[in-house]
Design a binder for this molecule. Structure first.
Ligand SMILES: Nc1ncnc2c1ncn2[C@@H]1O[C@H](COP(=O)(O)OP(=O)(O)OP(=O)(O)O)[C@@H](O)[C@H]1O
Length: 254
């Protein structure tokens, strides 16, 4: 569904991404992993067409993303940024805005309103529906922004560190919703995560970015102590408990 082909990006003469190639399938969760400053957000922004690559192509269902109108692009790709500034708009209105690419008239259709109701339920935001964004917590705001992307009904959902501000329960809830969207609706979820163990639990495919290049990619077998140590520059152990693997940093005695 998504093909990133030899993508290069630079901020003026500072080259951030080089030779990025990967493909991702419908119905899967792909985690983009790597150290701070590696180029993960820049990659996501290039896919969302918020940044213009120097060269290379992004294909969605075989079509060049550049050929899409903005409305077509928003029907295909939803993007949840790392940071979002709260403003004087209600939770309900914010989520409803996610339906804008699907509006057929001047007012939202009953389907648009139903989708918003569904999102309020799914993300447990009903009690906050008529609060302003600057009157809710950081974690609640994060869920609202994800809910807005959810109602957009995209084929590809891009999320930049979506669980950063969330407590453990909400981290798991949001990841479970992403899993449900990928498996039941066939959405491709591409997500930047810093928690390797949660990424391992919830993802089907892993793309490690280091110094603006893909260092390794693959399914669970790519998660090795060597790959992680080289990407993050810290010694780790990869331990197996039952069917699950866990990454444990080697913390030397202080
Ligand atoms: N607007 C900008 N202008 C110039 N350089 C930038 C800009 N935005 C990011 N950079 C630089 O590009 C590089 C990649 O940044 P990016 O935000 O993509 O990294 P990241 O892997 O997402 O990091 P993090 O995990 O810390 O969010 C970094 O060196 C960063 O300082």
């Amino acid at each position: 569904m998504l093909k990133v082909d030899n993508l290069e990006f630079s901020f003026k003469d500072f080259q951030v991404l080089s030779g990025i190639c990967f493909e991702a399938r419908r119905g899967s969760i792909v985690s983009i992993l790597g150290n701070n400053g590696a180029g993960k957000s820049t990659l996501l922004k290039c896919i969302a067409r918020l940044l213009k690559p120097k060269s290379g192509a992004i294909l969605i269902d075989g079509k060049d993303a550049n050929s899409f109108s903005l409305r077509q692009l928003s029907k295909n790709v939803a993007y949840v940024p790392q940071r979002y500034t709260a403003n004087r708009v209600t939770v309900y209105e914010t989520i409803l805005l996610g339906r804008k690419p699907h509006f057929t008239g001047l007012v939202p259709s009953s389907e648009d309103l139903e989708k918003v109701e569904m999102a309020l339920d799914l993300f447990e935001l009903k009690h906050l529906a008529f609060r302003y964004l600057d009157e809710i917590s950081g974690g609640e705001l994060q869920k609202v922004v994800i809910a807005r992307a959810f109602v957009q009904d995209p084929k590809v959902l891009l999320l930049d560190e979506p669980i950063n501000n969330l407590d453990l329960k909400n981290q798991i809830e949001v990841l479970k919703i992403l899993k449900m969207l990928s498996k039941q609706k066939g959405i491709l979820v591409v997500v930047i995560l810093h928690d390797l163990n949660l990424a391992i639990r919830f993802s089907d495919w892993f793309v490690f970015v280091k110094d603006g290049r893909i260092f390794a990619s693959g399914s669970k077998e790519v998660i090795t102590a060597e790959v992680i140590s080289r990407v993050y520059g810290i010694d780790v152990k990869v331990e197996k408990h039952g069917n699950e693997i866990f990454v444990v940093p080697e913390v030397s005695a202080i």
